[in-house]
Design a protein around this ligand. Structure first.
Ligand code: FDA
Length: 304
């Protein structure tokens, strides 16, 4: 119930307008983001790199409504890519399709993502948003994959359709980030039970690793903080003889940091997604919904 309420709040414009004005709410975001500025994210990426952990940078914001806004996001990411190159960081970017115009022009979103791919040799990630965007997002991914291999897309194991989507994408030797899924979806679309979501997560990871073992260059990103999923992926990779360098574990900034360090020390590739920017409200509500115990952290900031 609390999870559903928090997910409802994440899409409520009234709350999005008012809650971020409160200092205690803003302070509470520090649990999951190093700051609002690109410089904060780059400093966090440098610190992670010093501990042998790579990063993915993502500017918060979604559902933009005008070409000028989407162009601004595109131009910002070009700057990010330049700064990453200047600093010699092992960092990629991850972009929400509706942040580069998907809500009003999939051609525009495609063109902006293609331009970002051409501005870097590192991978450009396409986030997966709520279920109504999946078809358009996968169409864009397929188109971009024809243009180069430095593009990857996220698939969500809570969606009933995702296993079939993954099977259909495998001939492209895709880079896929497997996540559980963070949005509020109806039961016809998404498995309501956590057990089913977890089983599907393992199935999708296994399918990708098996493809790799069979000679595909498909890349698996196991993006979760769930230690059972992480261990299962490692076990499967080991049994299939997939090299540790051929897949990655990915987690969110500020979550399961001990596990991030443990995996990196054990020779695994670990990448942390670092979010930054002023438009953090919807994203922050989704983080609270994933673990309502995080509300204690917000409450503590209120008391302070
Ligand atoms: P699960 O929710 O089962 O949590 C497992 C354990 O992890 C919990 O018991 C807790 O210990 C810890 N944990 C999880 N979330 C926490 C939190 N917020 N605070 C504190 N502890 C927490 N989603 C999406 O729909 N589209 C996308 O593009 C992406 N992209 C993405 C990239 C990366 C790198 C990651 C790690 C995640 C995403 N996600 C995402 C989010 C994803 O769908 C999912 O909501 C979160 O990863 C939380 O789910 P877990 O897999 O960690 O499992």
């Amino acid at each position: 119930m609390l999870r559903r309420t928090l997910l409802w709040a994440s899409t409520n414009p009234f709350l999005a307008e008012r809650l971020p004005r409160y200092g205690f709410v803003k302070r509470a975001t520090r649990r999951f983001m190093p700051g609002e500025e690109l410089s904060d994210a780059l400093a966090a990426a440098r610190e992670l790199a010093d501990g042998g952990i790579a990063s993915t940078l993502t500017l918060l914001g979604e559902h933009l409504t005008a070409d000028s806004q989407a162009d601004e996001v595109h131009d910002h990411y070009v700057t990010v890519l330049e700064r990453i190159a200047e600093l010699g960081l092992d960092a990629e970017i991850s972009v929400k399709p509706t942040q580069v115009g998907l809500d009003f022009s999939s051609e525009g979103a495609h063109a902006r993502l293609l331009s970002l791919m051409r501005a870097t040799k590192s991978r450009v990630w396409i986030d997966m948003e709520s279920a109504e965007h999946v078809d358009a997002t996968l169409d864009i991914f397929r188109g971009l994959r024809q243009e180069g291999d430095n593009v990857g897309v996220c698939l969500q194991s809570y969606l009933r359709r995702s296993l079939a989507d993954l099977e259909a994408l495998l001939p492209l030797d895709p880079s896929i980030r497997v996540v559980k899924g963070a949005y509020r979806e109806p039961p016809e679309v998404a498995f309501p039970s956590k057990g089913d979501v977890d089983r599907n997560f393992v199935k999708m990871t296994a399918l990708l690793l098996m493809a790799r073992a069979a000679g595909s260059s498909a890349t698996t990103i196991v993006a979760t903080h769930d230690t059972r999923m992480l261990a299962e992926a490692g076990r499967l990779a080991y049994e299939l003889g997939v090299d540790k360098r051929a897949y990655e574990y990915s987690m969110l900034y500020g979550i399961a940091e001990r596990e991030q360090r443990r995996l990196a020390l054990n020779g695994h590739r670990v990448r942390v997604l670092v979010s930054y920017g002023a438009a953090w409200f919807a994203w922050y509500m989704r983080r609270l919904a994933e673990r309502p115990a995080n509300l204690w952290f917000v409450a503590k900031q209120l008391v302070r």
